[in-house]
Design a protein around this ligand. Structure first.
Ligand code: ASP
Length: 396
């Protein structure tokens, strides 16, 4: 019997997970008690492998270029691409939400409660990027700090002793070892996908049918438009790749992101997909982990849409300059958002407070955050992949 490709396996798992989830609506406790934990085991394994993977793959990416200037040039292109697409993403979110604002309800009651987490201001986020302890970033799985550490050590390796290939080889070997471990774990992803999506459908099924459906729809429309417009154009113009080829090649990662709602968790599969699409391995090993951590176009769209939604619910109309502030803060907030489920909602507090919107408004969308999250994560990782393809083409 011919073996099904991983993409088909994941697709089947996704569809089955949704069907079984629908069957369990109303009895969601069965799905959350027995199926969800297996998904959690799978996510735990991914989380376990992803810290050393990011650490060694960025380090290997840096030393493979053998030249600090080249790292700088790729890094600069990457960051510019990430920032521009993210700012564009919030703008699309804001535009669409404004267009459909009339559909959003105005609230009668205002007894909402949402406690914003303490450190959502920008300077704290900035300081938080730099580790003060060697081991803490690994223990806390703080991706931005791990990236900073791996960049410093990668540069140091290049500077210390340009001749000693053996040091480079040991980093590359360690990188290969964790890549292999990752491959083994990724093979389990059809099971993981099934067990992750099924309880979400079972729990959220009825909730999504309510009035929140409209804001969800607007967000998904914006996700879709952004992905189709921006990423198609980018891969077509910069790399001459047909958008169809791109999205088709990305399907396994897209389905995985959709069910796991974690950019960092999707990183291993994303690496495989972009390499199959012809991205340079040295570039993807540098651009993707960075993207999974700082590039969140879907999250930015979500923040734009939710800001308008929450404003409407409270009967507030935002001015043009407030919208510009949202573009800026959402772009920055998306950098500080960790690539794990639910992180974007925490950062929404920063966006809302930047324009004086009530942070309690988050309570309105919190119940179905997972559904927003699945879409925004999908956009997030597709953006990372498009950047990898673009930068690979530019460097050629
Ligand atoms: N879950 C998203 C991600 O991993 C982040 C977010 O919550 O917006 O990309």
């Amino acid at each position: 019997m011919k073996k099904l490709s991983l993409a088909s396996q994941i697709f089947i798992a996704l569809v089955l997970g949704i069907i079984v989830g629908i069957l369990f609506t109303g009895h969601s406790s069965i799905a959350t008690t027995y199926i969800k934990p297996i998904g959690t085991i799978f996510l735990n394994l991914i989380k376990w492998v992803v810290t050393p993977l990011v650490f060694f793959s960025i380090m290997a990416g840096v030393i493979s270029m053998r030249d600090i200037k080249k790292v700088g040039s790729i890094g600069l292109k990457t960051v510019i691409y990430y920032m521009c697409t993210t700012a564009f993403a919030v703008t699309i979110g804001l535009l669409l939400a404004n267009l459909f604002k009339g559909m959003f309800p105005v609230l009668q009651t205002t007894d909402l409660a949402y406690e914003a987490s303490a450190s959502v201001n920008f300077m704290d986020t900035l300081v938080g990027i730099f580790p003060s302890n060697f081991f803490a970033p690994f223990v806390e799985a703080n991706m931005l700090q791990i990236i900073v550490a791996s960049l410093i050590i990668g540069f140091a390796l290049l500077l210390v002793d340009q001749q000693k290939e053996i040091e480079f080889e040991s980093v590359e070997t360690l990188n290969d070892v964790f890549m292999k471990s990752m491959e083994m774990i990724v093979k389990l992803s059809p099971i993981g996908v099934f067990c992750l999506i099924c309880p979400v459908v079972a729990e959220n099924g009825p909730a999504v049918l309510g009035s929140l459906a409209k804001v969800l729809l607007v967000a998904y429309l914006a996700y879709f438009l952004h992905a189709v417009l921006v990423y198609s154009l980018a891969v077509k113009i910069a790399a001459g790749m047909s958008p169809l080829t791109f999205f088709k090649g990305m399907l396994p990662a897209i389905m995985f992101a959709f069910s796991s709602a974690s950019s960092v968790g999707t990183l291993p599969i994303n690496m495989e997909c972009t390499e199959k699409l012809g991205a340079d391995k040295n570039i993807s090993s540098f651009v993707l982990p960075l993207g999974a951590t700082i590039n969140m176009d879907g999250t930015a769209i979500y923040q734009g849409v939710c800001a308008i939604f929450i404003a409407s619910c409270f009967g507030i109309t935002l001015t043009f300059s407030q919208m510009l502030t949202i573009v800026l803060t959402a772009t920055l907030a998306s950098i500080g958002t960790a690539g794990v489920p639910g992180a974007g909602m925490v950062m929404l507090a920063m966006v809302l407070s930047s324009v004086g919107l009530p942070v309690e408004g988050i309570a309105l969308v919190a119940g179905i955050d997972r559904i927003f999250d699945m879409g925004r994560t999908t956009v997030n990782i597709t953006g990372d992949a498009s950047c990898t393809i673009v930068v690979s083409a530019l460097e050629k």
